[in-house]
Design a protein around this ligand. Structure first.
Ligand code: NAD
Length: 338
């Protein structure tokens, strides 16, 4: 029988994960839970996703809005083999006891603390650590992007030290209350930003320092990367290695893609749902070697790069496939790879 998947929290990440689950031949979406009957609840209804009330006291609100409920979140979790919790940061931790009460394995997102779970997860980095685990955290968009990049570099050349400056979008496009709107903020001002230690939840022994800034942009994050390698390949060899990674897109030279705006246009022109870009986007021209130092720029679509990772994490916790098989199946069904 296909794995029965519940999605608790149907926002930016949850609605994308729900769609991706419906594309999997070995999974079934049991339903999604929402707190209120807004436009996203209507979307779930129009897609035929059974909708469950995340908060029992608000059932009346759905009825008043004419949106039909299939039950409560408790019933949703009871019917599922795995729950993907895509609630706002900190709410996942509050929901943990609900999943434990039902003995249902749960995936949480990058906004939760690493110590909430048995293991953090990135399919390319540490799939095997999550096999059979009960509580797994799919790391954040930025940590996902860094893990996908560092895994092949470590395996092929050895990483002596990674240094990354993350230029972070101020908020997602729909987050009109976030900022800055006219500033460039060191964020956090102190070192390291949380991203380096977060990468260490995937690669405990990797030496990495990260700094973060927030800017008035919503489309994507951009990473300025310097990795000191333990050997001295030339830039073409590194580019070829990265080109072979299924979740890395090397932006071709001469493509006129100069930033996140053009990347989003590129994705929308190719029919990507919501203009999503599931891959790390590395400018081929930026891949440079100076001695044993690798330099490059990569852009990360914060709203979608964790989506295929959630699908793989479902297979890891249920033991449904190994890393290679799961990544290939997810890529094919979702359409990862330009
Ligand atoms: P979001 O605010 O877009 O969506 C969260 C959804 O959960 C909303 O629909 C909200 O109404 C709902 N919700 C709130 N309380 C709930 C509850 N008790 N039960 C059920 N649903 C509830 O947030 P998001 O951007 O999708 O982020 C979700 C998680 O994913 C966070 O941990 C975040 O850090 C992480 N994440 C976000 C991004 C991003 O860029 N948006 C990227 C990677 C990871």
């Amino acid at each position: 029988m296909n794995v029965q998947v519940a999605v608790n929290g149907y926002g930016t990440i949850g609605k994308r994960v729900a769609d991706a689950v419906t594309l999997q031949p070995d999974m079934e979406l049991v339903g999604v839970a929402k707190t209120r009957p807004n436009h996203e609840a209507e979307l779930a209804e129009s897609k035929g996703y059974p909708l469950y009330a995340a908060i029992e006291d608000r059932i009346d609100l759905f009825e008043e809005a004419g949106i039909e409920l299939a039950g409560t979140v408790d019933e949703l979790v009871a019917a599922a083999d795995v729950v993907v919790d895509a609630c706002p940061s900190g709410i996942g931790a509050e929901n943990k006891s609900l999943y434990e009460d039902h003995d249902t394995p749960a995936l949480y997102q990058g906004g939760e603390d690493a110590d909430l779970v048995d293991t953090s997860f990135n399919a390319r980095g540490n799939f095997a650590d999550a096999v059979g685990a009960d509580h797994v955290r799919v790391v954040s968009c930025n940590t996902t992007g860094l893990s996908r990049l560092l895994a092949p570099l470590e395996a092929e050349y050895g990483v002596e030290k990674a240094r990354v400056t993350l230029i972070r979008r101020g908020g997602d496009p729909a987050q009109s209350g976030r900022g800055p709107i006219n500033d460039i903020l060191p964020n956090p001002v102190h070192l390291p930003s949380h991203h380096g230690p977060d990468v260490n939840t995937i690669f405990p022994d990797l030496d990495i320092d990260t700094l973060g800034l927030k800017v008035p942009a919503t489309l994507m994050h951009t990473h300025s990367v310097n990795v000191t390698l333990e050997s001295t390949p030339d830039a073409d060899a590194v580019a070829e290695l990265l080109e072979g990674e299924s979740r890395i897109f090397l932006i071709p030279e001469g493509s006129d893609i100069d930033g996140a705006g053009a990347l989003k246009e590129f994705a929308m022109d190719r029919g990507r749902p919501r203009g999503d870009i599931w891959e790390n986007c590395i400018w081929r021209e930026s891949v440079s070697m100076e001695g044993s130092d690798l330099y490059l720029f990569q852009a990360i679509h914060q709203e979608s790069d964790v989506v295929p990772e959630n699908v793989d994490a479902i297979r890891a916790v249920t033991g449904a496939a190994d890393a290679e098989e799961s990544i290939a199946r997810t890529n094919e069904t979702v359409g990862v790879g330009f």
